[in-house]
Structures are given as C-alpha cells and as structure tokens.
Write a protein that binds this ligand. Structure first.
Ligand SMILES: NC(=O)C1=CN([C@@H]2O[C@H](COP(=O)(O)OP(=O)(O)OC[C@H]3O[C@@H](n4cnc5c(N)ncnc54)[C@H](OP(=O)(O)O)[C@@H]3O)[C@@H](O)[C@H]2O)[C@@H](O)CC1
Ligand SMILES: [K+]
Length: 475
C-alpha cells in the first residue's frame, strides 16, 4: 500500500525525530537524497548547468544543500534568491563554499540551465505562487530545462491537491519522509511528474490520510473460487439498469459485472433482449427488482432514465447497493442514510456537484474535500470518478486514490462498465471501499491495456478487465 500523510502529521514526526538527531541532520538526509536523484536525472553531473530557485524557508535550504553537493561534483550551480535577507544561511554558505554562486542574471541563467530545482516553497506554502515566484516558474517552464520540485511543486496545496493560483509544473518531484496527499490527487498530481520518495527515517502513524492500492494489495482482495464454490456461493449480482432509450448502458454494466468475480449476473429491466443477445449467460427478469430472486448485491442506475420506482425498490433491499448515473439523481438522501446494508455511490464530478449543490468546477478543484463531504452527507461510501479516482467511506478512514487512471477512460459507457465490475466485487463479498478501489484499479489497468496509446470504447475496457485481472494476480 502506498500511503500519504498530511502536513501536520509529517511535521509532528519530523519534530520527534529531530529531537533525537544532531541539528540539521534531517535536512542533510533530504538534501543527499535530492542530490542523488538529480545526479541520476542529469546522467553527467560535471559541467551541467543547474539553477536553484530558493524561497525563504527550509524548502530552499534543501535545494541549497543539494546544489552544494552537485557543485562539488562539478556542476555549475547558480541560485536565484526570492527573499535574499531570509535565505537559509547554512545552505547558502555551503553552496558558496562548494563553488556555487548567486545569480546576477536570473533570466539568462534559467534559459541556459539543464536542470532547475524548485525550492521556492514546500509544506510551509499557502496558496498559489506570489508574482515574482510565478514569473520565475514561468521562465523555468519556457527554458526547456528539466524541472525538479523539492518536496512538492511550489504553489500546490500539500494536504488537498488543490491548485488555487500559479504553481510550478515539475517533470519530477523528490519528496521527503512521506508522500503528501497533494502529490497523488488532481489537479496537483498533474504537476508533479514522476514522484520519488526519500526515506529520512520518519516514524509515521499506522493510519494514513490517503492510501493507494498497489498490485499486491489488489491481488489479495480479488475473489478466487474454491473447490466447494457454486455460482450462488460466489455471489449473484443484480443489475437494474438500462431503458428502452438506453439499452446499451445495461449491456455495458452486465459486461463489467460478468468480469468481476460474481458467480452469476441477474439483469432486471426493459433492456433484457439486448442483454441476452450479447450475454446469453445473464439471468433476466422483467418485473420489479424485489421479485427477481436472491442477489448478494445490486447495481442501480446506469441508463435508467426516470424510473424512480426501480431505484426505490433496489434501495429497499437489505444487501449492498451501488448507485450510479441516473440512480444518483433519483435516490433519496434520507432513504440512503437510513439503509442498514452498505451503499456505494459512484458519481463523476458533475453528478457529485449536483448532489452537493455546488458547481462542477468546485468539485474538480477540491476533489478530496468533496468526496469526504459526500460520504458524510449520505452515510455511504463514495467513489468520485476522475483521472485520480477517489474512494471515501463515512467516518474519516483513509481515502483511497486510484493509481491506474488514464485519460483514455473518459469515453462514453466506461462508467457503466465500472459500476458492473464494482457491483460484482460487492456481491463476491468485498467491503464497499475494497470493491470500489479494486474495481477502479482493474478498470484503469484494463483501459491502459486495451488502449496502448490508441482510443478505446467502453466494450474494449470491459474486455480488457480479464487481462488486467491476470496482470494483477501475476504481480
Ligand atoms: N522540518 C524538517 O525537519 C524538514 C523539512 N524539510 C523541508 O522543509 C520544508 C518546510 O520548510 P518550512 O517549514 O521552512 O517552509 P517552506 O515550505 O520552506 O516555506 C517557507 C516560507 O515560504 C513563504 N511562502 C508561503 N507560501 C508561499 C507562496 N505561495 N509563495 C511564495 N512563498 C510562500 C512563507 O514565508 P513568508 O514570506 O510568508 O514569511 C513560508 O514561511 C519541507 O517542505 C521540506 O522541503 C526537509 O529538509 C526535511 C526535514
Ligand atoms: K518546492
């Protein structure tokens, strides 16, 4: 599991460790890791031109000490100071002693640099970059130099991933002690480049603020039928989706469900012919969901139109229910809150905005806060779709972020496949958080496998799920 911790937690762990170490030791660990990463990126350090953008705090100190290490190895290092009178004094002394210099012509130095280190601001930052810092970040972006963010791209919010003003766009980020949530959540995540974690020996709490499943975590969650399994013991998932107008949504939700590990898929609704035509293994039923026979979990909503009655009927079932698409519009909040079996809501940003009564842009800007708010408001687990899909449960447990997302998934019907897949995992017995995050992981990987650099449709994604599953199990 990859974990991320908020600023307060990281600072507390740093204080605790600093009290046991000689003064400055932690910064030296950070700088050593940073310099090593930069040397690796440069390939040849000797003769390389490096520019440090240095602000008033310890983030600048890290950059200065790393710059000193690179200067000792023969790099030509120039530093641009944003607050000359408040620069980290020890770091600047070390840089000068190693042969580095303070830039007299920042524009020229940045234009000629191979590597720019962004030490403007780290976890002490508030809000977007100030004008002079923003100007320098712009010059760095325009120069074609490789930009390495120190701890995090300056200007992004470490705790939330929000980007409320100008911010550095890095090609790589070297972060210290722990991943910060903002490095994994959009929109900030788009600005980090590849992230490398330097272990500086922090002792962190067992419970993270954010976590991202890795291959082995997903493999451990996926259901495997035993010798004694029959289709009912493997779980039956019910799909209440589709309408005369949108039969395709039913077909795609069933396609996802058939790949999710449940023993059988039951379809209820007016698109039974289309479903059977494509997937004859589906059990179909034309009446209300409550009369369809036993299921271990329901999916309700994709392509449903305005059939509020089907949503009410499904929500009355005492099994886990996944609500998606039209179902989100039709589900009554008090009914969801009153359910005793778990509920999983799977909105995209626009649907989440409608549920929260805010603008879509506000959800997209504050994804972490939005998914947490929705989970509390509905007393339900919420999967917020996006290129960094988030899963939150009510009650403040760590939020999960999916690491396999790809922009190829922004294609019609791919959400229907995801709801079928997650519903199937629910029916197979996974908790809502595990079902949602394992489904998002498989779904993202399936899209990548299916796409391999070319556009994909939702059916391709559904067909890619088996390959993704195999890849996960193989590690
Ligand atoms: N603690 C440790 O042991 C270790 C810490 N480490 C490192 O220290 C970093 C944290 O250092 P830090 O606490 O000194 O804060 P930091 O991020 O440098 O900000 C400093 C100042 O910037 C300013 N500023 C704020 N917002 C701004 C903005 N938008 N645009 C421009 N400027 C802005 C504001 O000053 P102001 O001008 O408001 O007085 C603020 O006080 C951490 O990220 C890691 O790199 C590692 O070495 C490992 C060991
Ligand atoms: K930085």
């Amino acid at each position: 599991m990859r974990t991320a911790f908020g600023v307060e937690t990281v600072r507390a762990a740093e204080r605790e460790l600093m009290a046991r170490l000689p003064e400055g030791a932690l910064m030296q660990r950070a700088a050593a890791g940073l310099a090593a990463a930069c040397a690796e990126l440069l390939g040849k350090v000797y003769g390389s031109r490096v520019v440090l953008l240095v602000g008033s705090g310890d983030n600048g100190g890290d950059a200065l000490y790393a710059g000193a290490r690179l200067a000792r190895r023969g790099a030509g290092v120039a530093v641009v100071l944003l607050a000359p009178e408040r620069t980290h004094a020890g770091g600047l002394r070390a840089l000068r002693a190693a042969g580095g210099r303070v830039s007299a012509a920042p524009e020229r130095d940045i234009a000629g640099a191979r590597l720019v280190l962004d030490g403007i601001v780290g976890i002490g930052g508030r809000g977007g970059l100030r004008p002079e810092a923003a100007r320098l970040a712009g010059l760095a972006a325009a120069s074609g130099a490789f930009v390495v963010a120190v701890d995090l791209p300056s200007g992004v919010e470490a705790d939330t991933g929000e980007v409320r003003g100008p911010a550095v766009r890095a090609d790589a980020t070297v972060t210290f002690g722990a991943y910060k949530p903002g490095l994994l959540v959009d929109p900030a995540q788009e600005r980090t480049g590849a992230v490398r974690l330097i272990d500086i020996g922090l002792d962190l709490p067992a419970t993270a603020d954010l976590e991202a499943l890795q291959y082995a975590d997903v493999a451990a969650l996926l259901p495997v039928p035993g010798a004694g399994s029959d289709k009912y013991r493997r779980g039956v998932v019910g799909i209440a989706a589709g309408s005369a107008r949108y039969p395709g949504a039913a077909v795609l939700a069933v396609a996802g469900a058939l790949r999710g590990g449940a023993g059988a898929v039951r379809y209820v609704g007016p698109a039974a012919d289309a479903v059977i035509d494509r997937y004859p293994e589906t059990l179909v039923h034309a009446g209300p969901p409550s009369k369809a026979g036993r299921v271990q979990a329901w999916v309700v909503g994709p392509g449903l139109g305005d059939d509020a009655e089907r949503v009410r009927d499904v929500l009355a079932a005492d099994v886990p229910v996944l609500v998606d698409a039209d179902g989100l519009r039709l589900a009554d909040r008090a009914t969801v809150r009153a359910r005793t079996a778990p509920t999983l809501l799977t909105p995209h940003a626009g649907e989440a905005a409608a549920l929260l009564g805010v603008d879509r842009a506000e959800v997209e800007a504050a994804r972490l806060a939005s998914v947490r708010r929705l989970a509390e408001a509905y007393g339900a687990t919420v999967l917020l779709k996006g290129s960094t899909t988030l899963v939150a449960a009510p009650g403040g447990r760590p939020v999960r972020v999916n690491p396999t997302g790809t922009s190829w998934l922004a294609t019609a019907g791919s959400g229907d496949v995801l709801s079928g897949l997650a519903g199937s995992l629910l029916a197979a017995g996974l908790s809502p958080v595990d079902a949602a995050s394992a489904a998002a992981f498989l779904h993202g990987l399936a899209a990548r496998l299916a796409a391999r650099g070319a556009p994909v449709g939702a059916q391709d994604v559904a067909e890619g799920v088996r390959g993704a599953w195999r890849e996960v199990v193989a590690g």
